[in-house]
Each structure stands twice: as structure tokens, then as C-alpha cells.
Ligand binder design. Structure first.
Ligand code: HPA
Length: 247
């Protein structure tokens, strides 16, 4: 089955609105089961697949997501192009709450996650090039789509992937800023590298939910505030993806 676009939804995005002819696919993989069933459907003449990264009832924390099974299952269903939608904290001055960003770099601070398809017995050892962690044509297609519908999206930025599930300390964010990170999130890796190993096109759409620790005016980061900012930012995701599909 050919899929024109696959979307992995993060916190706040548990389904792809407006899909017709919906089918649910329960896929088993050599790496275990994905976060949930993959939902496929049509938008006009385009076929879309959607997977909720944390499960549709948000039961999986970032370090327990089976990223390998998710990527494998999407590929098995026929996906070639994957967009990972990720909630993030903003570090850079122009990446405050509700801003949408299409990052172009990653620094990986996660640990203990199964982050390669090569670590099973007998698998070929791959040393993939990861100089550009996101596929440029897919990033560009998203940026062009945003421009066509007059939607403000920041082009580029470095995504720092942390282990979570806790948020960071002020000192950790200060270090990440010195390292060159513009955004911080918990789910960007190993998803991006697994997509590359699997030979898929992959780009990230980051939704800023809050100022990262120590970057905003307020003291504590409140979950209510995160969810409210995410709700507003998420409302922009389907028009953007629709414009991308209509290219
Ligand atoms: N840090 C890490 N991950 C996040 C944040 C944050 O501040 N906000 C949303 N996801």
C-alpha cells in the first residue's frame, strides 16, 4: 500500500483530523509492537498514515516508546516520507510558546534507548551518514507549504533531545544553550536516526509548548500552561500538513 505521508504525533496530537476511509493496522515487527495501531486513511487522493507516539491514550513516557517498532511498522505499511511532530521547550529568543519550528540539527543527550536496527544478532553493521539529521527536501516541502498558506514557521534550529520524563534544570538548559541547542524535547531521538537507518525521508515539526527551564519570566513550568500552548500550536498542524499534501 503506497502511503503519501506518515505522521508520528507527539503530545497533544493523538489523531489526524479529517481522514476518510480509515483503517486501523495492528503491526507486529521484529523489534516488538509499535506505540499503538497505525491509522491510515485518505485526504482527497492522498493516502496518509498516522501513529500516536505515546499511544492514543498517552500511556508511554518518552524513554519507553518503542521507536524501532514505530519506524519499522510505518515502513512496512509503505511509508516513504515521515514527519515527526514533537512538543518542545524553547531556548532561543524567537522560539517561545506556540511557535512552530522545522529544525535542521540535533544533539542527542538521551541514554539507554535502543537506537539502531543493527544491534540484533546477525544484522549488518551500518555507519550511516547523519551530518544532516533531517531530510532536506521534506523540510523544504514543509517550509514551502507554510509559506503558501501564510503560516509562520521558523526555518532551522538545533533540537536537543533529553532523556526525560522530567523537565531539565536551569543549569542543564544553560549548558544546552552553550552547546548550540535552540529547542529541547524528549522524543526527537532516536526516531530521526532510525528513520535514516530505515532509508526513510524524515523531518521534524516542533511545537513550542513552554520556555525551557530558566528561559522564561515565570519560575516553575506548569503543565496546564504547556497543554494550553500546545493546544493552540497543534491547531496549526493539520492545515500545514494538508498544504504539504496538496503540493
Ligand atoms: N523540555 C523537554 N521536553 C519538553 C519540554 C521541555 O521544556 N517542553 C515540552 N517538551
Amino acid at each position: 500500500m503506497a502511503i503519501d505521508l506518515a505522521v508520528i504525533g507527539g503530545t497533544g496530537l493523538y489523531q489526524f483530523p479529517g481522514l476518510n476511509n480509515i483503517e486501523r493496522h495492528t503491526v507486529d515487527t521484529p523489534y516488538g509492537v509499535p506505540s499503538d495501531a497505525i491509522v491510515s486513511g485518505t485526504l482527497g487522493d492522498k493516502r496518509v498514515a498516522f501513529l500516536a507516539r505515546h499511544g492514543e491514550s498517552h500511556s508511554l513516557p518518552p524513554h519507553r516508546v518503542n521507536y524501532r517498532a514505530n519506524i519499522w511498522a510505518l515502513k512496512e505499511l509503505g511509508a516513504q516520507r515521515v514527519i515527526g511532530v514533537n512538543a518542545v521547550g524553547g531556548i532561543r529568543h524567537d522560539m517561545g510558546p506556540r511557535v512552530l519550528v522545522v529544525p535542521d540539527q540535533v544533539i542527542d543527550y538521551t541514554h539507554g534507548r535502543l537506537s539502531s536496527f543493527c544491534d540484533v544478532e546477525g544484522a549488518e553493521v551500518l555507519h550511516i551518514d547523519f551530518t544532516e539529521p533531517y531530510t532536506m527536501p521534506l523540510r523544504q516541502a514543509m517550509l514551502d507549504a507554510a509559506r503558501r498558506i501564510d503560516m509562520a514557521v521558523v526555518d532551522g534550529g538545533c533540537y536537543g533531545a533529553t532523556q526525560g520524563p522530567r523537565l531539565e534544570t536551569r543549569a542543564e538548559i544553560a549548558r544546552m544553550r552553550r552547546d548550540g541547542c535552540d529547542l529541547v524535547g524528549m522524543t526527537g531521538m532516536p526516531e530521526a536516526v532510525l528513520a535514516r537507518e530505515a532509508g526513510l525521508e524524515y523531518a521534524c515539526l516542533a511545537l513550542v509548548a513552554n520556555w525551557a527551564a530558566g528561559c522564561g519570566d515565570e519560575g516553575e513550568i506548569s503543565l496546564n500552561e504547556i497543554f494550553e500552548h500546545l493546544r493552540v500550536a497543534t491547531a496549526q498542524v493539520s492545515p500545514l500538513l494538508l498544504a504539504l499534501l496538496g503540493d
